[in-house]
Design a binder for this molecule. Sequence first.
Ligand code: ADP
Ligand code: MG
Length: 262
Amino acid sequence: MQVWAVSNQKGGVGKTTTVVTLAGLLAEVGYRVLLVDLDPHGSLTAYFRYDPDEMERSVYDLFTELPISSASVRDLILPSSHESIDLLPASTALATLERRAVGKEGMGLQVAKALRTQKEVYDFVLIDSPPVLGVLMVNALAACSHLLVPVQTEFLALKGLERMVRTIEMVNRARRNKLEFTIVPTFYDRRTQASVASLRELHRCYGELISTAVVPVDTKFRNASLKGVVPSALDAGSRGVHAYAKLLRNLLERRRQEQAHG
Ligand SMILES: Nc1ncnc2c1ncn2[C@@H]1O[C@H](COP(=O)(O)OP(=O)(O)O)[C@@H](O)[C@H]1O
Ligand SMILES: [Mg+2]
């Protein structure tokens, strides 16, 4: 089982879209995928037509007295509209967690522990993380082996990225093995000067860390979310889906190389 998190301390950069699109593409080639919604807004949960205001059980339960076992975690997982994609949903109660979790020992590893109980069930876990640095983001970063950081190709977004990179550096000081990450440029529009210039700036500042797959502006993402289906099921040939397919190929190739080198 491979765990990837998608994170950026900024909303509206394409985090949830990245999770959903990659999940669809992974499921298509036969992988079993679990999606984890750690954002109190619950957009990923809502994407699959569950109401985060009404969830009786959710990822929130991992932070209560519930003993974490394979069965107790199974109980929290819901099916999605796609056969090979399951969801560990968010509930809006997650918003209260930051306050409750303060000072409690070990709260940073609850999600990692829960996922370990499911390692025979899924090939991939994709975590949608909240845009604030707190206990939930710390959980996402601690649970994953690779991090994707979507960043809008506009100048204001670059500032937010600096903050995210500092957060990753901080997390890496506490981790045994370094958390590797890939920055994924999103909302790219090659006809606009702002997009072109900020992509160039991203390359200048972050070089190799920038994904060669660049996600274009594509209205089909919104259409897919309105229908509650993964984008590749709506239109497998769209430019946006193409970009994510390239990103996925790069990530899988990288994983293959890492495994080959032990
Ligand atoms: N590449 C894209 N082109 C056009 N619209 C997009 C793209 N990526 C995401 N969107 C749309 O932009 C909105 C915000 O994206 P979302 O993935 O929810 O961002 P985040 O999770 O970072 O807040 C959504 O309505 C989504 O459908
Ligand atoms: Mg989101």
